[in-house]
Structure formats: structure tokens, C-alpha cells
Design a protein around this ligand. Sequence first.
Ligand code: ADP
Ligand code: MG
Length: 255
Amino acid sequence: MASGRIIAIANQKGGVGKTTTAVNLGACLASLGKKALLIDIDPQGNTTSGMGISKADVKYCIYDVLINDVPVQDAILPCGVPNLWLLPATIQLAGAEIELVPTISREVRLRRAVQPLRNVYDYILIDCPPSLGLLTLNALTAADSVLIPIQCEYYALEGLSQLLNTIRLVQRHLNTSLEIEGVLLTMLDARTNLGLQVIDDVKKFFREKVYHTIIPRNVRLSEAPSHGRPIIHYDPKSKGAETYMDLAKEVVGLE
Ligand code: ADP
Ligand code: MG
């Protein structure tokens, strides 16, 4: 029986590479023979469309699981890649942040829904929205660990103390075993010194938690979602594909 690891991909900043990492790490883990599930918990549904799933074709999404008690198995879709499945999000989820407020055990709904899936998948990746609201709290409460993507730019460390405070609060009150899985530097522009400075700062702060793999800025990574395909299928020879594959190996402990 699989004993799946549940990893929340979180950073309340938008545009730092959460979704790109969810889709591509998921696909790379799948290609390493790991059974992987992507859970899209961002109302924007970018992981859902990035996997080529049309929202019009989604019968049940994560909203129905969280709010309407639809069984999680009924909402999971195959997405045309061996070993990879998706629990989609649609814009309906935008209401959940408010609708959850008065409900009982509002922070643990996702945890309850995904616990049984540990026996089915090796890795469950949760793509969080760019906020620290109830949806992200649900993800952090459901997860074994949190993977934090940080964009290699000037304001990289700004806002991180808020994220770390939230993680500490969750550890204290909702999920005592939550760990930091790792910190991933993304969108490195090798032509500037700024990127190198950011790498230095982030390593000083997070030390051995920082992945050796650094994701470069790579235009093929930004093109892949509009083709509805992970980078290793869209352009397997690209730098983006190579580095996300390296990351997957680091995550499973092969490197
Ligand atoms: P988030 O989910 O944190 O908001 P995304 O993963 O959606 O961030 O990334 C924001 C934008 O940057 C998207 O258009 C995405 O395609 C692009 N992007 C992400 N990572 C890279 C990269 N390494 N190189 C080039 N573009 C990237
Ligand atoms: Mg996103």
C-alpha cells in the first residue's frame, strides 16, 4: 500500500511559480514511476487549465468536495499523462473562502477529504492560491510539508515572515507535524547579478532547506500551459524540463 506524502505548494505572493511547480513537479514525479495527484485549490484554476482540462468539462471540483461533501474520488480526473491525476478547481471555488467561515471544522475539511488518498498515491501536491486565507490554511492543515517557491527577484524575501508565521500558527494549533519540505528558487535570470544575490540571501535564511536545483527563467515553461501540457511533454529537451526533473529526483531522494 502506498503511503503518500502530501505537499502544499504555498507562498501568498502571486507569480512566484507555485502553479508551474505543481504541474511540472507532478508530471516529473509521475515519469519517475510515482503515482501523483495534483490538487488545485486556487479559484483561478491555473493548474487545471495547465493540465489541459477544460473547466466546462469539470463535473465536480474541489469546491464540491470542501463545501458539498462530494466524495473526493468522484472529483478526481485522469489527465492524459501516465501516473498523474488531477482534482480540479473552477471559479466556483472563489466563494469557498467566505462560505467556509461559518462551517464546522472549516480548517480541516481538506485534510479529512484527502487522508484516504494516502493509500492510493505516492505524492499529493496541493497548489495554493496567492493568499493566506482559509483555502491555504486547509492546504497547510492537510499537508505533511510545505514547499515554498521563491522568485529570484529583488523583493524575494519580503512577505516571507508572514508565511512563516502562518506556518507556525498551523503547527501550533492545527497540524503539529507540518514540516518545511524545501525552498525552491525559481525564474533565475543567469545574466544578472541580482539573482545570485537573492540566492545568497535565501540560503542564509533557509540554509539546508533550499533545494540544490534552481529553476531558470525559461520561455518554454511559460508557453507550456497554453498547450495544456507539462514541460517534460511539451519540450522534453528544454532547460525547464531538465531542471524540474532534477527537482523531482531531489524530492524523492535520488540526488
Ligand atoms: P503562481 O502560481 O505562484 O502565481 P505561476 O507558476 O503561475 O505562479 O507563474 C507565474 C507566471 O510566470 C506564469 O505565466 C508562468 O508561466 C511564468 N513562469 C513560471 N515559472 C517560470 C520560469 N521558470 N520561466 C519562465 N516563466 C515562468
Ligand atoms: Mg498559481
